[in-house]
Design a protein around this ligand. Structure first.
Ligand code: ADP
Ligand code: MG
Length: 300
């Protein structure tokens, strides 16, 4: 059997089943970041992401943007847990023939993202490689009361998304702002039951929330904020790398949230969490409801 026959998610499941976490692990594999015991009031968050030339970016992309992306996608995962990013280590695989200006550019981008989000860069590893590879691991913190998992969605929760989706195709994937301040506002002021950042695509990532929470959902096409750079509705809801936040909160808090939202970033209410047995549906613009299979981007 080949890896691609198993698929990315089954492969990760298989790893997950083979691991026995100790009592220090609050949440291991299966969320945007691992949640680890830390202090009386806080958890430590720990996440990593890797980007590879030819897969996540092309060599023609500006080095600074690539570096910024490499750290920003990790920061986005910390935001999705309700936390604050703190310390990063950066490992790079670089060809010996690489122009030094490109390597400096990568670090310029990494430093920019680190400065914007007060992340300390504290180490890494350097190896030679045929293609450019950047792997960053990031530690964050979250107050215990603010921890937001994928698994907490409740029936009748309102479903929201920040920003627009589908724009990643036109380079937004290289130039996005992780939604840390939005996430912190949410967890400090509302009862956010579940949250994820959109890396695999809206349907797939909302699907992860539903799966982990054992729930269904009904979402409404006309409320979904599609970017004007998107290739169309179907591709916008399935393509990955939007790095927006999808979250759910109790319906009675939805109106207050809409009134209190202080950011220029768009906020859209796109649906409601329902009983798992009813499934996952979308109501299209003509009022018909269709069952969704939440497939999005997978690596194999
Ligand atoms: P995200 O898109 O939020 O970064 P992923 O889909 O990459 O999340 O990963 C889902 C979960 O699987 C995470 O908890 C991640 O830590 C875990 N995971 C992914 N790859 C591996 C691996 N090779 N070994 C162990 N855990 C992994
Ligand atoms: Mg994520």
């Amino acid at each position: 059997m080949k890896l691609k026959d198993l698929g990315e998610f089954n492969f990760i499941n298989r790893i997950s089943k083979s691991i026995r976490p100790s009592g220090r692990v609050v949440k291991g594999i299966g969320d945007d970041a691992a949640v680890l015991k830390y202090t009386k009031d806080k958890y430590l968050l720990f996440t990593t992401d890797m980007i590879i030339e030819g897969k996540h970016f092309y060599k023609s992309a500006k080095a600074e943007s690539v570096g910024k992306k490499a750290l920003s996608c990790n920061i986005s995962d910390i935001a999705a847990m309700g936390g604050t990013p703190k310390f990063a280590v950066i490992s790079v695989g670089l060809p010996g023939s690489l122009d030094l200006r490109y390597a400096d550019g990568l670090y310029k981008g990494i430093r920019k993202a680190a400065d914007s989000f007060k992340v300390d860069l504290v180490g890494g590893d350097t190896v030679s490689s045929g293609k450019i590879i950047i792997n960053i691991a990031l530690i964050g913190e979250v107050e215990k009361k603010n921890l937001t998992l994928r698994s907490g969605a409740k029936e009748n929760d309102a479903i929201f998304i920040t920003g627009n989706i589908g724009g990643s195709i036109k380079l937004k994937h290289l130039n996005f702002t992780p939604r840390v301040k939005e996430a912190r506002f949410l967890v400090n002021n509302f009862k956010i039951n579940s949250m994820i950042d959109v890396s695999d695509g809206l349907l797939a990532d909302l699907g992860h929330i539903l799966e982990e929470s054992n729930k269904g959902a009904i979402i409404c096409e006309k409320t979904i904020p599609v970017s004007r750079n998107a290739l169309g509705f179907d591709s916008a809801v399935r393509d990955g790398e939007d790095f927006e936040l999808v979250f759910t909160l109790p319906l009675p808090q939805a109106g207050r949230l809409e009134k209190a939202w202080p950011f220029a970033t768009r906020l859209s209410r796109i649906g409601r969490v329902i009983n798992r047995r009813k499934g996952f549906f979308i109501v299209s613009k003509d009022g018909k409801s269709k069952k969704i299979s939440p497939a999005g981007f997978t690596h194999f």
